[in-house]
Design a protein around this ligand. Structure first.
Ligand code: GDP
Ligand code: IMO
Ligand code: MG
Length: 423
């Protein structure tokens, strides 16, 4: 068996959580491979809404194993809050969720450092989620990190050494903070974490594959936020791309199967950084309000714009996407005209490859397509698609050269249309 990967092709929040939940019945195991509580993955079913941050989105389909892989950075306190809220709602995870011993811990001082680095960047700030993601990954790469497995031995010394380094940095930055209360709660939450199965997830996943079990890897963030290929430096600190699944779970490249690339029928971004098709006008506002485009973790308003096929083609290339999933089609229901960016004009020159630098000289080049002006939210079958919607899908498939297998027309699990049956 191989691992199928589902990942975002834009700047995050494409709807990964919803589709992982929809696809989970086909799989035995669902695993997160990177990121941490910067993610906010929303699922809706039976009139209820859940937002998952560190916990994989396969937990609601019953009987599935879920894994937090080594590539994830885990804040035990936020994890405890998330898991306890789920347990209170009847979803006890201690039997169905395992955590890699090699996953790195986000310490209270990482959160403080995240804030301090943002302040030090002034106008150039990234607009992080403030969850300590960057500093935790810095420590991982700098070989100063504290891992989940350290909870089982020598934790106190490792924690004290890391904390002392952070305190020295914060002192040098002259950054004032008080984490006494947070730290006490954080230390207390470590006991909760120990109730879970702490495992060598690379062995577990490879054993599952050998036993013929199917695994779905759930990406966080999106390709344009990838540390290497995203709009650097306005990115997150992990590899959000398909290759991140290999390093974040211990899966060999030849064991990757389908790569599901998920995108919105338009585009959004939260935080700072370039966004070529951003709409700072009424159209952008309409997309924002129709799509309820507010961050699920931070509540921040998401920037909105038309779909960007230059960036999407780049993301499809980097990830080797085999199947596409288009989300939030219903958000464009009211538009008479829909635009799609097919190239950029940079200093009067037409560019179709995603460029190294994006600055104010870049102008998107759009094609216009007729809108469907139909309420899509109650559509449940492809036969009911309006003609203009089919034309939009055909146009995208021709441009992107990958089939759009799933179309989403609303936030609920049921509002999902599978277009092609399995080969
Ligand atoms: P993720 O981080 O990729 O899992 O995405 P988020 O959960 O952060 O953001 C997606 C938002 O869109 C959530 O509020 C979902 O409930 C919502 N959503 C998902 N699919 C659809 C859809 O097809 N239509 C609409 N209107 N909302 C959707
Ligand atoms: P999901 O998984 C959208 C953005 C932040 C910021 C940048 C760096 O829900 O799609 P970080 O806290 O990671 O250091 O912030 O990345 N960002 C996201 N944007 N969706 C996410 O996750 C994001 N996770 C981080 O807004 O611009
Ligand atoms: Mg999200």
């Amino acid at each position: 068996m191989k691992v199928d990967v589902l990942l975002g092709l834009q700047w995050g929040d494409e709807g990964k959580g919803k589709i992982v939940d929809v696809l989970t019945p086909k799989y035995d195991v669902v695993a997160r491979f990177q990121g941490g509580p910067n993610a906010g993955h929303t699922l809706e079913f039976d009139g209820r809404k859940y937002i998952l941050r560190s916990i994989p989105s396969g937990i609601f389909q019953g009987g599935k194993q879920n894994i937090i892989g080594n590539g994830v950075v885990l804040d035990p306190l936020l994890f405890k809050q998330e898991a306890e809220a789920l347990a209170a709602g009847g979803h006890d995870l201690t039997k169905c969720l395992s955590i890699s011993k090699k996953a790195h811990l986000i310490l209270p001082t990482h959160r403080v450092l995240d804030a301090a680095y943002e302040v030090s960047k002034g106008d150039g700030k990234i607009g992080t989620t403030g969850k300590g993601i960057g500093p935790a990954y810095i420590d991982k790469v700098g070989r100063n990190g504290v891992r989940v497995g350290d909870l089982l031995h020598d934790f106190d010394a490792k924690y004290a050494a890391a904390k002392a380094k952070h305190e020295a940095t914060l002192k040098a930055m002259n950054y004032k903070y008080d984490i006494r209360e947070l730290e006490a709660e954080w230390l207390d939450s470590l006991n909760y974490l120990k109730k879970f199965n702490l495992i060598d997830s690379e062995h577990a996943i490879n054993n599952y594959l050998k036993e013929g079990k199917s695994v779905l890897a759930e990406g966080a963030q999106g390709t344009m936020l990838d540390i290497d290929f995203g709009s650097y430096p306005f990115v997150t600190s992990s590899n959000t791309i398909c290759a991140g699944c290999c390093t974040g779970l211990g899966v060999a490249p030849r064991n990757i199967g389908e790569v599901y690339g998920i995108f919105k029928a338009y585009c959004t971004r939260v935080g700072s950084g370039p966004f070529p098709t951003e709409l700072l006008d009424e159209t952008g506002e309409t997309i924002c309000s129709n799509g309820n485009e507010f961050g699920s973790v931070t509540g921040r308003k998401r920037r909105c714009g038309w779909i960007d096929l230059v960036a999407l083609k780049y993301a499809i290339m980097i990830n080797g996407v085999t199947k596409l999933i288009m989300m939030k089609s219903d958000v464009l229901d009211s538009f008479e005209i829909i635009k799609a960016c097919v190239a950029y004009s940079i200093n009067g020159k037409e560019v179709t490859g995603f460029p190294y630098e994006i600055d104010d000289t870049l102008e998107p080049i759009y094609v216009e397509l007729p809108g469907w002006e139909t309420d899509m939210t109650s559509i449940r079958s492809e036969d009911e698609f309006p003609e203009e919607f089919n034309a939009y899908l055909n146009f995208l498939e021709e441009e992107l050269e990958v089939p759009i297998e799933i179309v989403s027309v609303g936030p609920d699990r049921e509002q999902t249309i599978i277009r092609y049956t399995e080969d």
